[in-house]
Design a protein around this ligand. Structure first.
Ligand SMILES: NC(=O)c1ccc[n+]([C@@H]2O[C@H](COP(=O)([O-])OP(=O)(O)OC[C@H]3O[C@@H](n4cnc5c(N)ncnc54)[C@H](O)[C@@H]3O)[C@@H](O)[C@H]2O)c1
Length: 396
């Protein structure tokens, strides 16, 4: 069966989200390979609509994807607007945040179940190459931005009377250089108020987010010796870890796969008393509603307009805040989108083949053992995972 090569880039509706799954550059590359690319007008996207039009994309009305031809896959990044339970009969390529039992996961996946036999979710977080590595991820820029927000939150707090002030609304930066320049300007406040150079601890430092966080701290002027870079070896002994309480900023960047001892807990914070240096925790991993979250000291995701939440129950030592923004790379939307979309492109080129194979058996589950080894395997594996999670939901 011949599958039309097409993709529909939907708008993002999540507040402050400026990133895009396709860029004018990757859209042009797809068009050069015979794809029809439809792009919804989107004022919040970092790229102007005209940039897509110029390379040959067809522009359509904002948020109009539900009227797209049923065989056209819809690509976007973040969640669809909340409080909508309507069936999803299209193929969606996106981060749906429903495969790790996050809050509301059953309602989210149920929408594609209701969209059978044509509905399908290919979750971007789970597209993997043959060696099990993610084909595209925003990690690097998430860690980079997270470390930046953490440093800004620290500066704001220590720079204020009684450490009462909190970081206000943050906004996207046009490029990395501008962000680094701005944060560097705040470093003197931190050093002056602490009376020493600041210390950071990054867990998951060997991963994408972790590398970004470490690179940011270095670029902002943290001394290398003052950046503790932890990964599996250092956490093997099991938390909670007092070392975390001795850093000024702690950035968690692990990829959580199972229940592990907490890295930090209300009890470990209380036990440190006024010896605690830790003021800001940046939970880049953001397993906020995951029952296995190893940072059980907060319960909400923070946002660009209110980037920190205070840790409750602090009775001694300085105040402590958590940054738990789940779309950090949007602080640097242009670079983050370019990197992500470029990495995703080779997989997108194999999508029509996967869709053609799926068409005759749509609505029927496949398992991981049936995905084969062709270049379109990445999509078949994502399809098998969709059916597996749907099965888990229905078994509960
Ligand atoms: N907040 C955001 O905006 C945002 C954006 C992108 C990614 N993320 C999240 O960040 C997390 C990390 O993503 P990534 O792409 O960097 O993953 P990754 O797989 O590249 O890196 C994870 C690292 O964590 C380490 N690790 C895992 N368990 C550990 C443990 N118990 N102790 C110490 N180290 C451990 C691994 O060895 C690895 O080096 C994911 O949960 C992802 O969803 C958040």
């Amino acid at each position: 069966m011949v599958q039309k090569k097409s993709l529909w880039l939907r708008c993002e509706t999540k507040e402050f989200e400026h990133r895009s799954a396709l860029t004018p550059t990757t859209a042009k590359q797809l068009i050069d390979q015979g794809f029809d690319i439809t792009v919804e007008r989107d004022p919040q996207r970092i790229f102007d609509d005209e940039e897509f039009e110029k390379v040959g994309c067809k522009l359509v009305e904002h948020n109009s994807w539900s009227s797209a031809p049923i065989e056209t896959p819809i690509i976007g990044l973040k969640e669809l607007p909340p409080n909508d339970t309507s069936a999803l009969p299209h193929t969606h390529i996106m981060f749906a945040h429903c495969y790790k039992q996050q809050g509301g996961w059953k309602d989210v996946i149920s929408r594609w179940e209701a969209g059978q036999p044509t509905g399908m979710l290919y979750d971007l977080e789970f597209l993997q190459d043959e060696r099990g590595r993610r084909v595209a991820a925003f990690g690097y820029h998430a860690g980079f931005a997270g470390a930046a927000v953490g440093t800004l939150a620290l500066a704001k707090q220590v720079g204020s009377e009684g450490e009462k002030d909190r970081l206000g609304e943050i906004h996207a930066y046009p490029n990395e250089g501008e962000l680094i320049k701005y944060v560097k300007g705040q470093m003197s406040v931190i050093e002056q108020r602490l009376g020493r150079k600041p210390r950071a601890l990054v867990i998951g430092a060997l991963g994408r987010c972790g590398r970004g966080a470490v690179d940011f701290f270095k670029a902002a002027g943290f001394e290398d010796d003052n950046i503790a870079k932890w990964d599996m070896a250092e956490t093997q002994k099991g938390g909670p870890f007092n070392e975390i309480l001795e850093a000024d900023v702690f950035v968690n960047c692990i990829y959580l796969t199972s229940k592990i001892p907490s890295f930090i807990s209300p009890e470990s914070i209380a036990a440190a008393g006024d010896k605690r240096q830790l003021r800001v925790v940046v939970d880049v991993s953001c397993d906020t509603t995951n029952p296995n979250n190893p940072i059980p000291i907060y319960s909400i995701n923070t946002t660009f307009d209110k980037p920190t939440v205070d840790v409750d129950g602090i009775t001694s030592g300085p105040p402590m805040t958590v940054v738990s923004i789940d779309h950090l790379p949007t602080l640097l939307p242009r670079e983050a989108s370019d990197a992500f979309s470029t990495d995703l492109l080779p997989s997108l080129l194999t999508l029509p083949q996967a869709l053609a194979e799926r068409a005759p058996r749509q609505g029927t589950a496949i398992t991981a053992s049936e995905v084969g080894s062709g270049p379109e395997r990445v999509w078949k594996e994502a399809e098998a995972l969709f059916w597996k999670v749907l099965g888990e939901k229905n078994a509960q």
